[in-house]
Design a protein around this ligand. Structure first.
Ligand code: SF4
Length: 282
């Protein structure tokens, strides 16, 4: 349940300040006890994003990347929730990016992170933004409780701009990852989504895995998911959706690509795992 407060339009994006009644949500992801998402919707507007399929608010879902709800009272609600809970594992940004540009102003993620770490909750952050480095001071203080993951789909600037038009460019993500790793933060790279014919070449994969090697990051990888709302993305890529939905071809491609990834990981001595068990290749 939310209460809508006020809104502004900045650079073509409508920001709506809302009040929420709860902060932590039980997570359905196997490694997290709770999920915390300071924002509904995401300015990064990645073309392949299927988070929109899980959003209840039509305004956000139908204008993905152009409407973002800001949970302005999240830090206060979180403070009162953690007082009543045992420390557990929190996924910060499981649905949408917790470090999208408005965070530079609102500092909701920063405040929430502070509260969680002070109360000995373990926090796993996933982002595509170099803004997270702003919070390196907090992260360093409790590095025993922190893991920081960057999604890196490709190191090709132009391809990244086409896929993830408003996220930090790959170079900036890599630089942020290196800074965090050199500060002693446990880091990982999410290589995904891997898309047939787009970022699945051994060369493209190897470039990302080299970054993992240098920064001693673990790599998790995953495939493109077919979710409602992505039809225009598929036609933009010229992917024959019906062919992939039939399953077999996609299964063969996944097996081959997985073998490539695991082989390169082995060569580079990078720890590497498929993100979701149902797609693990045996
Ligand atoms: S950063 Fe993540 S949540 Fe945001 S648009 Fe991209 S894929 Fe979706």
């Amino acid at each position: 349940m939310i209460t809508t407060q006020h809104s502004v339009v900045l650079n073509g994006v409508k920001y709506v300040w809302i009040k929420v009644k709860s902060a932590l949500v039980k997570s359905g992801l196997k490694d997290y006890t709770y999920a915390l998402n300071p924002y509904v919707g995401c300015y990064h507007g990645c073309n392949y994003c299927y988070a929109r399929a899980y959003v209840r608010y039509p305004d956000v879902r139908d204008n993905w990347g152009y409407v973002v709800y800001i949970k302005e009272n999240l830090p206060q609600i979180l403070r009162s929730e953690v007082r009543k809970l045992k420390p557990a594992v929190v996924g910060l940004g499981t649905t949408t990016d917790p470090y999208q540009p408005i965070e530079a102003v609102t500092k909701i993620t920063r405040e929430s992170l502070n509260t969680l770490l002070k109360n000995r909750f373990k926090v796993v952050i996933q982002t595509k933004s170099s803004l997270v480095i702003r919070d390196l001071d907090i992260l360093k203080e409790r590095k025993d409780l922190v893991e920081l993951g960057f999604t890196i789909t490709t190191l090709d600037q132009n391809l990244s701009r086409a896929l993830e038009p408003r996220a930090s460019p790959p170079k900036a993500r890599v630089e942020a990852l290196r800074k965090a790793a050199s500060a002693g933060i446990r880091t990982w790279i999410f290589l995904g989504p891997i898309i047939p014919g787009v970022n699945d070449s051994p060369e493209s994969i190897k470039e990302v895995l080299e970054v993992a090697r240098e920064s001693s990051s673990t790599v998790y990888y995953d495939w493109l998911r077919f979710k409602p709302g992505l039809e225009s993305f598929f036609s933009y890529l010229n992917i024959d959706l019906s062919r992939y939905l039939s399953g077999d071809e996609y299964k063969i491609w996944r097996r081959k690509t997985s073998q490539t990834i695991l082989k390169i990981c082995e060569e580079l001595n990078v720890k590497c795992a498929s993100e979701f068990n149902e797609y693990s290749i045996t």
